[in-house]
Write a protein of this length. Sequence first.
Length: 169
Amino acid sequence: MAGSVNKVILIGNVGKDPEVRTTQDGNKIVQFSLATSETWNDKASGERKERTEWHRVVVFNDRIGDVVEKYVRKGSKIYVEGAVQTRKWTDPSGQEKYTTEIVIGRFRGELTLLDSRGSGGEAGSGEGYQRSERAPAARPAAAPPAAGHAGPSWDAPKGGGDLDDEIPF
């Protein structure tokens, strides 16, 4: 095999409201924690057990970052597709530390809101829109807003979707 793959897919709940920072050159960086859980029955006791794993997610894609900033809140259920990256840093006392993160880069990764409007979590979480980004040029996935709620349209542009009509061969 000539290449390798670094791809992570997670579905979980956001642990706290996302933190948004802007770099000196104007790029947006959004960070949040995501909890994934697994449950099983203990064979010895028959007791139901649960283990929660926390993941630090960092978004470097401005368009996905905008969606996270506007619509993701503590408790939101989301789908994340990114890459695992471990970075080394030095804390204020001079100790070297390591942090492992799920990174949605500028041209790779995806984030989809799975909540529907009015379902669990805090008010406004999910907003009933599904947003999917694979790259900055990708079109968002369409999801109808909940009945009775008007909101921004995330549908593809009007005027037909068949681009083959414009190809000259």
